[in-house]
Write a protein that binds this ligand. Structure first.
Ligand SMILES: [Zn+2]
Length: 306
């Protein structure tokens, strides 16, 4: 490493020290006192009348009617989810029935108490199940930074019992994960095809070093989990030897033609198979799919040697 580089790096490290000190000073700004909700154990503001996570009441002067309405909204959202998960709802339904009775009598604190019990039970169950669902994706977290960010956000919302926002992130995570595993499968198939094509090309006496270099590049890209990009590279892997393949194909087809004519006149049935394979090869050649062209050349070769 050149000396000036080392100096630069040292300078960079030293300049971090200033930032570290500045950052430390900033943190001294006093923040609001937090304490733990005795019901759900989330950290809540000391001045709160009720817990914004589980809706436990800390101050009896709270607006119970407002809390009751909030819990109705929350329950309307969460009950169908719980139902889909197969969570038993008998006790919940009983609580709702009771709450309705109290609400009709304008006894909001009693109505609230029933809905709070119903909600507290349901939200814990639902969060637990979603936590299990989310953890299944943990294994994919090494895959890429975007996915990690989405996972972290989903996990954060879940720990805050914010199911609506959790579900948005979780849906995104699932579709992204599916895309990546689809790309990975496609990449592996492509790689197998190209490596097979290299083997066939060598058999036909074609120099394949250029292609092998391209494959190495694709593998490096795939190592960084960029499967889509690796696929694009593999799609063009045989382009550097396109002319050689065409050349070999021309002399090979001349041989095939002789063979087919000979077999036709002597009545050999594999002439038909060879003609079919040549037709297939032509389609791939028109598409520019050199991997498949080489595969067909090998199949034709096998058929001729029968
Ligand atoms: Zn709470």
């Amino acid at each position: 490493m050149p000396e000036e580089n080392i100096d630069e790096i040292i300078q960079e490290i030293l300049s971090e020290e200033k930032k570290v000190e500045e950052g430390a000073e900033e943190e001294i700004i006093p923040t609001e006192e937090l304490y733990e909700c005795p019901v759900c154990h989330h950290q809540v503001s000391e001045s709160a009348d009720f817990c914004p996570y589980c809706y436990a009441v800390f101050d009896e002067k709270v607006d119970y009617k407002m809390l009751l309405e909030t819990l109705i909204k929350k329950l309307k959202f969460i009950i169908p989810l719980a139902k889909d998960m197969g969570i038993p709802l008998d006790a919940v339904n009983q609580h709702i029935k009771e709450a309705k009775k109290y609400a009709a009598r304008q006894d909001y604190p009693s109505g609230y108490a029933h809905l709070h019990d119903a909600y507290f039970y349901l939200i814990k169950e639902v969060v637990d199940r979603y936590r299990g669902d989310l953890e299944k994706y943990e294994i994919m977290m090494g895959v890429n930074a975007d996915l990690r960010d989405i996972y972290a956000r989903a996990s954060g919302y879940l720990e805050e019992w914010d199911i609506e926002n959790f579900l948005k992130e979780f849906e995104e995570l699932k579709s992204r994960a599916e895309e990546i595993s689809k790309d990975l499968r496609q990449y592996l198939e492509k790689l197998e095809g190209v490596e097979n094509a290299i083997r066939i090309a060598r058999k036909f006496g074609i120099e394949t070093e250029k292609v092998e270099n391209v494959v190495d590049t694709a593998k490096d890209i795939a190592d960084n989990k960029k499967y889509g990009d690796a696929i694009k590279v593999l799609d063009e892997a045989l382009t550097p030897i396109k002319d050689e393949i065409e050349e070999v194909m021309a002399s090979f087809l001349a041989l095939v033609k002789e063979e087919v004519m000979r077999s036709t006149y002597s009545g050999k049935s594999n002439a038909k198979n060879i003609i079919r394979l040549v037709r297939e090869m032509k389609v791939y050649r028109d598409e520019g799919n050199l991997v498949k062209v080489l595969e067909k050349m090998e199949e034709i070769n096998k058929e001729m040697s029968k």
